[in-house]
Design a protein around this ligand. Structure first.
Ligand code: TYM
Length: 334
């Protein structure tokens, strides 16, 4: 298939500061894909309402996510960079897809169960149907490739199920969307405390944000859990040490990683040195993004232009799809 014709779609919720997980799971792929595919990337403000109903900081958060997307290398001229709520066709497709999604499967979704456990006072219908809205986002542009991190794998599986049901019932309108990562496996960037993945709001000190200043990065990395070091050559790394190595593989030169691997294997490694090296390499990686994002964030006029132009491109594509959808569903009466 002609690569130019393949369509890419993905999104990020404006629920907090973007971090290294968002970069390596999603943004790094976006930046490469913009050169090869037709791309739609958005700020998922509607999804954020499922867990963050207070909208006082929403505008600022949306602007920050947009600025960080651009600072990471997205070019708004090459892609459609837009805000989810600016494409009302999303809501219409979400409605139709809801009739094809079953309560039982939605209740079994891991992200739903996690969020319901964390906030039992706010288990709303939007939370339950979150994967349906995500499917609408993707197939509204008839996208086949969805660059995301490992945590989104199940949502993509569900999207394929909804698409199969739609196509089976109403005709082959949509391609089946697949999670995508350059290389091979989907990425899961671990948190610095050795427990789980980095996330926007869970543990501020265990997450490296793209907005962290140099001192804060040093402080966070130096606090990462280690131990007295291995005593048997070529032993298996404990999870929290493997995590540090994994972070190092993302930002450090290969030769540097290899020298620490060797030191680990022959039991001469000094974890203080390992963390100092990681901190400096992180700073080298994060600081240019932080500085660029700060400049863009302060340029409200530019951000508005980006949002408007992005919405226009996204709506043109959404309108074309919805014409096909209504006709396939028999909702065109004249
Ligand atoms: P969100 O906002 O939680 O995360 C945005 C992107 O960052 C990835 N990610 C990670 N990747 C690797 N390691 C981590 N520690 C890590 N943490 C986050 C996520 O996998 C994601 O790619 N439901 C989506 C937003 C969304 C969407 C869409 C995505 C709405 N509509 C349509 C794709 C297509 C979400 O909550 O992402």
């Amino acid at each position: 298939m002609d690569k130019q014709k393949q369509i890419v779609m993905s999104g990020i919720r404006p629920t907090g500061f973007l971090h290294l997980g968002n970069y390596f799971g999603a943004l790094r792929n976006y930046v490469r894909m913009q050169e090869e595919y037709t791309c739609y990337f958005m700020v998922a403000d509607l999804h954020s309402l499922t867990t963050h109903p207070d909208t006082r900081e929403l505008k600022e958060n949306v602007n920050r996510v947009l600025a960080e997307n651009i600072a990471c290398g997205l070019d708004p001229e090459k892609v459609a960079l837009y805000c989810q709520s600016h494409v009302p066709e999303t809501a219409e497709l979400y409605l139709y897809l809801n009739m094809l999604a079953y309560k039982g499967e939605l209740e079994k979704t891991v992200t739903f169960k996690d969020k319901a456990r964390l906030h039992p006072e706010n288990v709303n219908a939007g939370l339950l149907t979150y994967p349906v809205l995500q499917t609408a986002d993707i197939i509204l542009h008839r996208a086949a490739l969805v660059p995301v991190g490992k945590d989104q794998e199940q949502h993509l599986e569900m999207a394929r199920n909804f698409v199969q049901r739609f196509n089976h019932r109403y005709g082959e309108i949509f391609p089946e969307p697949h999670a995508f990562n350059y290389g091979s496996e989907l990425v899961k960037v671990p948190s610095l405390d050795g427990a789980g993945k980095m996330s926007k709001s869970e543990n501020n000190l265990a997450t490296l944000y793209l907005s962290d200043d140099d001192e804060l990065i040093r402080k966070k990395v130096m606090k990462a859990k280690t131990d007295a070091g291995p005593t048997t050559p070529h032993s298996v790394k404990p999870d929290y040490i493997e995590n540090i190595f994994q972070l190092m593989r993302l930002v450090s030169d290969q030769a540097v990683v290899e020298s620490y691997e060797t030191a680990f294997n022959n039991c001469t490694i000094r974890y203080g040195d390992l963390k100092k090296q990681l901190a400096e390499d992180m700073i080298r990686f994060i600081s240019p993004i932080r500085e660029k994002a700060e400049g863009i964030r302060n340029n409200a006029v530019y951000l508005r232009q980006v949002m408007e132009a992005g919405a226009e491109k996204a709506r043109a594509s959404a309108r074309a799809t919805m014409t096909k959808v209504r006709s396939a569903m028999g909702l065109n009466y004249y």
